[in-house]
Every structure is written in structure tokens, then in C-alpha cells.
Design a protein around this ligand. Structure first.
Ligand code: CA
Length: 229
């Protein structure tokens, strides 16, 4: 699923350029030409981030940002303000309101998408991270989707974390107690055979695709994830 970005800018050529840039970088742009339209679109097509121009015809960008940051439904929405160089002194005001970042016009497409990705990563650390892959098996860390080639595999939450851990640390043996620490978190008391239960479930989920062999038992030591036999 692509990241949706609301572009609030009254000047049509700039707005179109922004949307074009966003599309080229695999974002899904939504357009708003003024504050009122922006407020409607935020509800109708909830974005993941707002690019907000400082100068708008009906309300200033900063006042609109203040509103979004005040309201429960939009408080968590990251906002990047677009400013002209002359407005740079006002940046402090924006940070007080809770704006996440600024981009000063004119900016390059590369700078814009770098800023967007930086803000999104701050909010969701897995944003833009490369997926984990081993042979035909892959995990999309953003959507938590596990797939073999193009087929999605359903996993329970523990099996998912277990597989994610294994795929991030391939070719290494982990004892049951190490897996408990790493995957369950060391602060809970769980018997070591619980690990075996979840390993079995994980293998079962992978069996249909003949990938259960990736989860290997190392006698007397524990388990290892490996694409080699
Ligand atoms: Ca403007």
C-alpha cells in the first residue's frame, strides 16, 4: 500500500509539480487548493502526511497546522510546511505549533522526498526499510505481510516475530533461552518448550511451500534459520 500525502497549496502549477514528484517517488498524492478543502480531504481520504504551504488564501498554513495538531483525529499526522525564503524567520513559530519539518522553496524533488521519508521514518521506524527476504520467502516490514513468491502466508503474531527475528539473523544458531529473550522479551517467564510449540507452528505454515526446511533444528544447541540444507 502506498503512502498517501495531502498536498495543500493554492498555486496550481506548484501543486501539480508536487504531485508529479510524489507520484514519481511512489507516494499517492491528494490535492487541496485551500484550507477548507484540506480539512475536508483529511477526513474523507485520511493521509499519512501533509505537505502544507505557508501562504493559503483562506487561512494561513500555520493556523491550519495548529488546528490539525489540536484535534484528536489529526494530532498524530505529520506535517511538513512549505515556505518561501522570506518566511524562514517564522519557522520557530511552526515548531511551537508542532510542525514536523520544513522545506524551503525552491526545493529539488530529491530533497522533498528525502524530507518526507525522514519524517515518516521518525514516526514509523520500519518505513522504507528494505524487506527481509530469503529465497522465495519475504516479509514486508511495513505491512507485516509474509509471502512466498506472490502468495501471502498467514502467521500468528508470535510466529511472525519469530520469523522476522530468524530472517534478520540467518545462519546463526540460537538456543531456546536466547530466542525467548529476543522474541518474547526477557521479562516474562515462559517455559522453553513454548519455543518448540511456536517453531512447530511456524514450520507448519511454511510446509505447504516446502520452506519448513529453512527452520533447522541444531541438535543440542537450538534452532537456526538457513536457506541451505
Ligand atoms: Ca501559496
Amino acid at each position: 500500500m502506498s503512502t498517501r500525502i495531502l498536498v495543500v497549496e493554492d498555486e496550481a502549477p506548484i501543486r501539480e509539480m508536487l504531485c508529479f514528484t510524489l507520484q514519481r517517488n511512489d507516494f499517492e498524492p491528494i490535492e487541496a487548493a485551500d484550507g477548507r478543502e484540506a480539512q475536508a480531504k483529511v477526513i474523507d481520504t485520511p493521509p499519512d502526511l501533509i505537505l502544507l504551504d505557508w501562504m493559503l488564501p483562506d487561512i494561513s498554513g500555520i493556523d491550519l497546522a495548529r488546528r490539525f495538531k489540536k484535534e484528536e483525529a489529526t494530532r498524530e499526522l505529520p506535517i511538513i510546511m512549505l515556505t518561501a525564503r522570506a518566511e524562514e524567520d517564522d519557522k520557530v513559530k511552526g515548531f511551537d505549533v508542532g510542525v514536523d519539518d520544513y522545506v524551503t522553496k525552491p526545493f529539488s524533488p530529491r530533497e522533498l522526498s528525502a524530507r518526507i521519508n525522514a519524517v515518516l521514518r521518525r514516526i514509523s521506524p520500519t518505513h522504507g526499510k528494505p524487506n527481509l527476504a530469503a529465497g522465495p520467502l519475504s516479509i514486508d516490514l511495513q505491512s507485516h505481510r509474509v509471502s512466498v513468491d506472490d502468495n501471502t502466508i498467514e502467521l500468528g503474531p508470535t510466529e511472525f516475530r519469530l520469523l522476522q527475528f530468524f530472517m534478520s539473523h540467518p545462519e546463526r544458531v540460537y538456543s531456546r533461552s536466547q530466542l525467548l529473550d529476543q522474541v518474547w522479551g526477557g521479562n516474562v517467564y515462559i517455559e522453553e518448550r513454548t519455543v518448540d510449540v511456536h517453531i512447530r507452528r511456524l514450520r507448519k505454515a511454511l510446509t505447504g511451500h516446502h520452506l519448513d526446511r529453512y527452520i533447522q533444528t541444531v541438535r543440542g544447541a537450538g534452532y537456526r534459520f538457513s536457506v541451505r540444507d
